[in-house]
Design a protein around this ligand. Structure first.
Ligand SMILES: C[S@@+](CC[C@H](N)C(=O)[O-])C[C@H]1O[C@@H](n2cnc3c(N)ncnc32)[C@H](O)[C@@H]1O
Length: 343
């Protein structure tokens, strides 16, 4: 019950500039800090009860002055990462979730319609609505920076292979494949909707990989181009319901040469959903149904594996991130599943 109230209070302390002000000048009382951040001292005292209770801030019992508590120990890059996530939660989740029941009923993101008049997914909204793009873009960049290096270490691409990045958006997956898996004759294709083509080709040229990379437009639910050795499916199998995932996986099988490899990067539920240390069920149902897609959702590895088997693949590996490389604030738990096309 107290989650949203705690979130709003703590985020507001950052929003108002209280944390920055105390970092610059520790020991300020509410009477001094209030005018510095443009807030009535009495209201500020109320807001600061929670961060003092939690130890994020410390209050001197004699002077009443405030200083950073445990927040002083958080490295700036960790704090910025957490604040980026909190910014997305504030802008991209809290208000949309008012319509969660309507979104679940209708299978569409009703919050995006109500707030922005936008009929579509959050990914499409990010291309058209600046507020959505500004909230989600930096988060996506942070996530990509932390995930892609690990992802690309998790599988091999044979020399001279043909690689298809399925639903590859503006081309980053193809660019990184060309750069990190370089070999003579390697060719990488981004497959996505036609409106990504111009941006994608611009990105290839800017990174100097336009010779190795190409773009093909289409609808993955209908068919994919064929003749590939490796297919990358990054961050989207959780965006579809079962039947659509199976359709895409069958299309993927057709797109691969016999013995070819499919590499799936996805967040997953733990096999034991009651695991108290895992937060996927706390976050993703509301996020995906109410804020991003209005449909779809995560599955455990065992379900993705059985779907792959059902669609003509043999699962060859499942890689999880080393726990030592996962920051304590991380919610999302991803795996890489590799599978071979059975002939
Ligand atoms: C979640 S993003 C994919 C993320 C991307 N693979 C990555 O690693 O960052 C969804 C992408 O899927 C594309 N998309 C959604 N449905 C599609 C379909 N039926 N056919 C082709 N592309 C589709 C969207 O245009 C968007 O670029």
């Amino acid at each position: 019950m107290v989650g949203p109230a705690r979130f709003a209070t703590l985020h507001t302390c950052f929003d108002l500039g209280v944390v920055d002000a105390l970092r610059k000048e520790p020991g300020l009382t509410a009477a001094e800090l209030g005018p510095a951040v443009g807030v009535k001292p009495e209201a500020l005292e109320q807001l600061l009860r929670l961060p003092v209770k939690e130890g994020f801030l410390a209050q001197d019992p004699d002077t009443g002055g405030y200083a950073l508590g445990t927040l002083a120990e958080v490295p700036d890059k960790d704090l910025q990462r957490v604040l980026t996530f909190m910014g997305m939660v504030k802008t991209g989740m809290l208000r949309q979730l008012y319509w969660l029941a309507d979104s679940v009923r209708s299978g569409s993101v009703v919050g995006l319609k109500e707030l922005y008049g936008f009929d579509g997914t959050m990914f499409a909204a990010a291309a058209h609505v600046p507020e959505v793009r500004d909230a989600w873009g930096p988060l996506a960049q942070n996530e990509t920076a932390s995930v892609y290096p690990w992802f690309f270490r998790s599988f091999d691409v044979p020399a001279g292979a043909r690689v298809l990045d399925v639903l590859g958006g503006p081309g980053l997956g193809s660019i990184m494949t060309a750069q990190l898996k370089a070999s003579p004759g390697l060719r990488v294709t981004t497959f996505d909707q036609p409106f990504f083509e111009a941006e994608c080709r611009r990105n290839f040229a800017a990174q100097g990989v336009e010779e190795q990379c190409d773009f093909v437009a289409g609808d993955a639910l209908r068919s994919l181009p064929g003749g590939y050795d490796v297919l990358l499916l990054k961050h989207f199998v959780d965006m579809y319901d079962r039947e659509d995932v199976l359709t895409i996986l069958r299309n993927c099988r057709q797109a691969l040469v016999p013995g070819g490899t499919i590499v799936v990067l996805a967040p997953v539920y733990p096999e034991d959903i009651t695991d108290p240390a895992d937060y996927q069920a706390d976050f993703f149902p509301a996020y995906i149904l109410g804020c991003v897609m209005g449909r779809g959702g995560l599955q455990p590895v065992s379900t993705y594996s059985s779907w792959l088997e059902e669609c003509g693949f043999e699962v060859t590996g499942v890689t999880a991130k080393d726990p030592a490389d996962i920051p304590p604030d991380a919610i999302i738990n991803r795996v890489v599943i590799t599978a071979r096309r059975r002939d």
